[in-house]
Design a protein around this ligand. Structure first.
Ligand code: ASP
Length: 360
């Protein structure tokens, strides 16, 4: 009996051992299969979501841009100009040109249009003049250039690029920047070139509203303060460049300079991402917005989209900073985030068609 029991136990032990072995094999097989599947699946997902090279993303300013305040002709004009700018930059990228050439050519088209608050369409200062700021940063080598408070340079983005490429400095302002631009053979124009009736009446309405202090009237004109342009491109060599150009904010005072020419605030690019901002500049400077987004990506190992969401939708919004950013990462993933009702914006990715948007 005792023997039998032992025999039975050992038989049982033998069966149990075999079962355990078979289970182990199954588990190993499942583990191997799931790892294999996961790897292939994530590779597939990467192919779908990433490596959209070359890529280009642009903005034409964020603010209280509401459908009810726009005619379809106005909407059409904005879409058409954004598409023209995107196509010009993308053609350069497609034919193997650099991201720097692409962003500059894209921005020149927007600076030459009266629609945007940059170059030709720049807003007026409190003294009734136009003072422009621009900057550019190349992520491939970390070089950067900017101009601030310029009044006679037809395309401030060209002056920012000249500061970056042909001087030992990063930022030049006012008369000095204009002398430098002249020495660089850049086109200078009479300040009256930047006069547009639309921007002049925006200044007058804003100043009247400020004077009357009438409830709500100041808010009504608030959106006329925004409108900057920006572009970020990723070229076929994987290099990123970002640039921003602006007339600043309507009714700005005494040589005020916003975030747009401040590297790290309005513009930033490195090897992993590029960002161009638009919005209430003082908030963007104090919060080093463009760099903060890049730094969060690096330190927290999060995506560009998540980093931009944290900065624009959480951090800035909680302190009343309105505006948005456009950006892209080294794989061509694009981000366009804003906490205002609208932002003129658009993008093209590998083999794609230009896509433009205005409202939320
Ligand atoms: N950020 C610009 C500035 O504060 C304005 C804008 O983006 O519209 O000068």
């Amino acid at each position: 009996m005792r023997h039998l029991v032992i025999l039975t136990d050992s038989r049982r032990t033998g069966v149990a051992f075999k079962r355990t072995q078979t289970m182990k094999k199954h588990i190993l097989f499942l583990l191997f299969f799931s790892l294999f599947f996961q790897k292939n699946f994530s590779l597939q997902a990467q192919n779908i979501k990433t490596f959209r090279i070359p890529a280009l993303v642009i903005h034409g300013g964020a603010g209280t841009i509401l459908k009810e305040n726009m005619t379809s002709a106005q909407e059409g004009a904005y879409h058409a100009k954004l598409i023209e700018a995107l196509n010009a930059g993308y053609e350069i990228l497609e034919s193997g040109g650099s991201s720097e050439e692409a962003v500059v050519s894209t921005i020149i088209i927007m600076e030459n249009s009266h629609l945007f608050n940059a170059g030709k369409g720049a807003v007026f200062t409190s003294e009734g003049i136009n003072e422009m700021d621009a900057s550019i940063m190349n992520g491939a080598n970390g070089s950067a250039g900017a101009v601030a408070g310029v009044k006679t340079i037809k395309n401030p983005v060209l002056a920012a690029r000249a500061v970056k490429n042909n001087s030992v400095h990063v930022m030049m302002s006012g008369a000095g920047a204009e002398i430098f631009a002249r020495d660089q053979n850049l086109e200078l124009v009479d300040p009256s070139y930047f006069y547009t009736q639309r921007r002049k009446s925006q200044l007058e309405k804003l100043q009247q509203a400020e004077k009357s202090k009438e409830e709500g009237s100041l808010n009504r004109w608030k959106d006329y303060k925004y409108g900057t342009v920006g572009a970020v491109a990723l070229d076929k060599n994987g290099n990123i460049c970002a640039a921003t150009s602006t007339g600043g904010m309507t009714n700005k005072k005494y040589g005020r300079i916003g975030d747009s020419p401040v590297i790290g605030a309005g513009t930033f690019a490195n090897k992993s991402c590029g960002v161009s901002a638009t919005g209430h500049g003082e908030y963007f400077i104090r919060n080093v917005v463009a760099y903060d987004i890049a730094a969060r990506m690096e330190y927290k190992k999060i995506s560009l989209g998540d980093a931009a969401e944290e900065v624009i939708m959480d951090k800035l919004r909680s302190i009343g900073g309105s505006g948005g950013i456009i950006g892209l990462d080294a794989r061509g993933n694009i981000s366009m985030i804003f906490n205002t009702p609208g932002m003129y914006r658009g993008y093209i990715q590998k083999n794609g068609k230009a896509k433009t948007l205005i409202y939320k």
